[in-house]
Design a protein around this ligand. Structure first.
Ligand code: SF4
Ligand code: SF4
Ligand code: FES
Length: 246
């Protein structure tokens, strides 16, 4: 039977001194379409000790991002046939500590996300200060300003390929907070219902913020949700220099 050859980087910090590669042969069945299908086949039929993460299976939860033939991808929506080869190498995302096999620790990444206050900030003291007839309406053109960045599912892929972000796998945490967090700073600051641009400036305009970006746009090239974090960073940089109205 025709088959795929999967080479998977394995590492269990409890028993392995170093990561190693293990090869699995997966039959070309009609039921195996995506990388996640193949991982499930391996786990159910060949090696139950393999660890990887997934939940939604439809590019919504962001948990299945791994490296496929060297490039970050969402395992659940990456069709094997689109890779153009039967030899597939799977590795955990770069720059994150490995918990086991293909599962990385995204906690430090989420800390960076939190640092930009990724929520709508309203200066009213109480929700009751908003009159019943003054709902926070939004025109289609207001939505267009930030919509693509609202599609971010926090998969961590863009951070892992950015040349400026600290390597969390080596214990470095300080430094550039990265494309995902800053794209979200843009997403919320340019939402017409938000009043928090100045509250985010401490982080956004700091030495860890937008001015660390080299604008090579690797972040945008790997986003499986069609976000363009490199664009958001440039727009945010302009807002920091010239003010939000420009
Ligand atoms: S911007 Fe794209 S690549 Fe980056 S975390 Fe969000 S969904 Fe993932
Ligand atoms: S454009 Fe900026 S944020 Fe994106 S990968 Fe390059 S340096 Fe990182
Ligand atoms: S399983 Fe949720 S994004 Fe892939």
């Amino acid at each position: 039977m025709a088959e795929y050859t999967f080479t998977i980087k394995r590492f269990d910090p409890v028993k392995d001194k170093e990561p190693y590669e293990k090869v699995y042969k997966v039959p070309k069945l009609a039921s195996i379409v995506t990388i996640l299908d193949a991982l499930n086949y391996i786990k159910e039929n060949i090696d139950s000790s393999l660890s990887y993460r997934h939940s939604c299976r439809m590019a919504i939860c962001g948990s299945c991002a791994i490296r496929v033939n060297g490039k970050p991808a969402l395992a659940c929506i990456t069709k094997i046939v689109h890779l153009g080869t039967d030899f597939i190498k799977l590795e955990p995302l770069a720059k994150y500590p490995v918990i086991k096999d293909l599962v990385v620790d995204l906690e430090p990444f989420f800390e960076k996300h939190k640092s930009v206050k990724p929520f709508l900030i309203n200066k009213k003291e109480s929700i009751f200060d908003i009159e019943p007839d003054s709902e926070l309406k939004q025109a289609p053109e207001d939505l267009e300003l930030y919509l693509q960045f609202a599609y971010c599912i926090k998969c961590g892929s863009c951070y892992s390929v950015c040349m400026g972000t600290p390597d969390l796998s080596k214990g470095f945490k300080e430094g550039f907070i990265g494309p995902q967090a800053l794209a979200q700073a843009y997403r919320y600051s340019f939402d017409s219902r938000d009043e928090g641009f100045e509250d985010r400036l401490d982080t956004v305009a700091s030495p860890e913020g937008v001015f660390r970006c080299h604008f090579a746009a690797s972040c945008s090239a790997v986003c499986g949700k069609g976000c363009d974090p490199a664009l958001a960073l440039q727009l945010l940089r302009r807002a920091v220099i010239f003010g939000k109205k420009h």
